[in-house]
Design a protein around this ligand. Structure first.
Ligand code: PMP
Length: 346
């Protein structure tokens, strides 16, 4: 979901950009209107993330899934380390499999990804090309409380980007599909540390080279202009709300409301994450005592205008995704609904 303010401003710009009589999706990507949008989006994105000149901001396509392949295509020479804490970080290794050697430093697959293996269990290699992690496992509802430090850390932050401050300035590369917190599907926000460019391999097409994309300001071909415009509106919105520190506080309040309803339900709701400190502030996942009750919960919630609560197709149960745009009131309403439902059914 996206903030209403972002949607309203974007729809206005789609009809009439700054009173010019034409919409932002109708202009040339090489014209001064879009150039202004791109420059402001890059400036605001860097400011939100506290980045200086060490990193580039790119707007790419192909979804976060394409990055699973582009990362090894560009940087995997000898070997890379991957941490596998859930379906998405496992899928990231599938991209590397095609392209070279890698080592899984730890995996929680044996316990159905009910947590993220803690740093004490990671078997990191020496001198790898990079270390890849997924900072928030969308399907299983856990996150890395702190992003690890590593000389060449690469982070898939798709489902939590800009929901809290992130140490992006210490990372080699961070990527996020837009469709959770930033904008519409079709844009992938990529932040690359410039000292990674000399380490790149030659890619089959320049379109897949981070360095070439950066040198061409993400315009090797026509970029998804309207999608990027929506990201700009989201960055403006985030700054107007007080930036990522403020988002972190709001998101902690929202998540606290739902985890409170789970923890105080005398076991009626069971959180799926076994390590409490790792509970995601974006995807709250839990189960009810039976499939029947789960179905009834989803249907009754929908009647009360609370939708999209069905857990991911491979795991079932309930998943409440409470991205940045979800207001505190939404979480209050769901937590009250959870309490009422539990007291009626237990
Ligand atoms: N990584 C994570 C953490 C995700 O949540 C998703 C999608 N939900 C992806 C990667 C894949 O994104 P896309 O569908 O945009 O390729």
């Amino acid at each position: 979901m996206l903030p209403t303010e972002v949607l309203e401003k974007s729809s206005q710009a789609l009809l009439d950009f700054q009173g010019k009589g034409f919409g932002i999706a109708e202009v040339s990507h090489r014209g001064k209107e879009f150039e202004g949008v791109l420059d402001e989006a890059i400036t605001r994105c860097k400011r939100l993330l506290g980045l200086g000149d060490t990193h580039d901001v790119l707007f790419m396509q192909g979804g976060a899934t394409q990055l699973f392949t582009l990362v090894p295509m560009n940087f995997l020479h000898t070997s890379a380390d991957y941490m596998v804490g859930g379906e998405w970080s496992k899928k990231a290794t599938a991209g590397a499999k095609e392209l070279g050697k890698f080592n899984i430093v730890a995996s929680s697959e044996a316990t159905n990804f009910d947590h993220s293996p803690p740093p004490s269990e990671w078997k990191l290699s020496k001198d790898v090309d990079y270390f890849h992690v997924c900072s928030n496992e969308t399907v299983h509802g856990h996150r890395l409380p702190q992003w690890p430090s590593h000389p060449n850390l690469i982070v898939d932050a798709s489902s939590e980007f800009m929901s809290r401050p992130h140490p992006v300035k210490d990372c080699a590369l961070v990527y996020a599909g837009s469709q959770k917190n930033l904008g519409p599907a079709g844009v992938v926000l990529v932040v690359v540390r410039k000292d990674m460019y000399p380490k790149q391999k030659k890619t089959p097409s320049k379109l897949w080279s981070f360095k070439d994309e950066a040198e061409n300001k993400s315009m090797l071909n026509t970029p998804p202009t309207f999608g990027i415009y929506i990201l700009l509106e989201t960055f403006r919105w985030l700054e107007s709300k007080g930036g990522l520190d403020a988002m972190e506080k709001i998101n902690a309040t929202k998540a606290g409301l739902l985890y409170g309803a789970i923890d105080e339900s005398n076991g009626f709701y069971k959180g799926t994450v076994s390590v409490k400190e790792q509970r995601s502030h974006m995807n709250v996942t839990y189960r009810l005592p039976s499939e029947e009750l789960t179905d009834e919960f989803i249907k009754t919630a929908a009647k009360n205008d609370m939708v999209a609560l069905k857990g991911y197709r491979t795991v079932g149960g309930i998943r409440a995704s409470i991205y940045n745009a979800m207001p505190v009131e939404g979480c209050k309403a769901l937590s009250q609904f959870m309490r009422d439902f539990a007291s009626k059914k237990s």
